[in-house]
Write a protein that binds this ligand. Sequence first.
Ligand SMILES: [Zn+2]
Ligand SMILES: [Zn+2]
Length: 327
Amino acid sequence: MKAMVLEKQGSPLVLRNLPIPEPKDEEVLVEVQACGVCHTDLHIFEGELPARRLPLILGHQIVGKVVTVGKNVSGIASGDLVGTPWLFSVCGECVFCRRGRENLCENARFTGYDVDGGYAEYFLAHRDSVYPLPQDYKVTELAPLLCGGVIGYRAYRAAGLEKGDVLALFGFGSSAHLVLQMARYEGHEVFVFTRSPHHKLLAWELGASFVGDAEDTPPATFQAALVFAPSGYLIRKALEHLAPGGKVVACGIYATPIPEIPYELIYKERSVQSIANSTRNDVRELLAMAKQYHFTVSTEVYPLEEANVVLERLKKREIRASAVLVP
Ligand SMILES: [Zn+2]
Ligand SMILES: [Zn+2]
């Protein structure tokens, strides 16, 4: 099979021809039809996140057809269309797993990080990391739902919005353009802060009621802000317009340091929280929401071999919404 392999962090991925992997008892062999490209891939690629194994196949927003399943896998059959997100497997035994916070599992393994991911023609999923997908989307539209959608959904729920609350989004890529739609479907006004002219246009098209730069003053305070850009500066910036009792949710796996925060910016019960990974329930709920509302998923589709070009474009913020690789 063809695969784009990370052999050394900071160096371009290398196109390799590898044997098709054999599924073990609890694994599922999937023929990849689409794999989304996430900022986390870029952080691993560039070395902002330490490598846990090399060589490595990146990619954790994988959509494909089941080819074969291991002997301890039930409920999934060859030919099924399935998706695999970032969370690959959890231990089920640690204190976090026992409390239903498996996203914080001390022994979690992640797709395209601890195990090979979807920048390839085939991929080995764990039986607990395959999900049936809604039918009425293209495979390239389903891929960004699996991380951009899922992490966005977890952050959106963590924001704890109540009726009439305004949501602010800082950074407007794959995840935020889906969250904007979740919030609009549920009746919230959305303010978007982004530098990119492409992203500004998309935010207006999807129904934002204010779009500006981080330095602009919004027309009102907001009750919650989700910060998608990997910038500690923006986390602090969001606090400047946050209503009392409101929450800033940092959605990235990586961010630059947060500048000093004067106490009055968090006084009146304002809080800052991060989002780490997701639970299996988050994935199921997001996919159910995607089926109910039918999101507009803005994608740019590239052949697998162009993975390096896509990572470069993602770094330069040239991708309008979600980049997807197709073998
Ligand atoms: Zn655990
Ligand atoms: Zn991701």
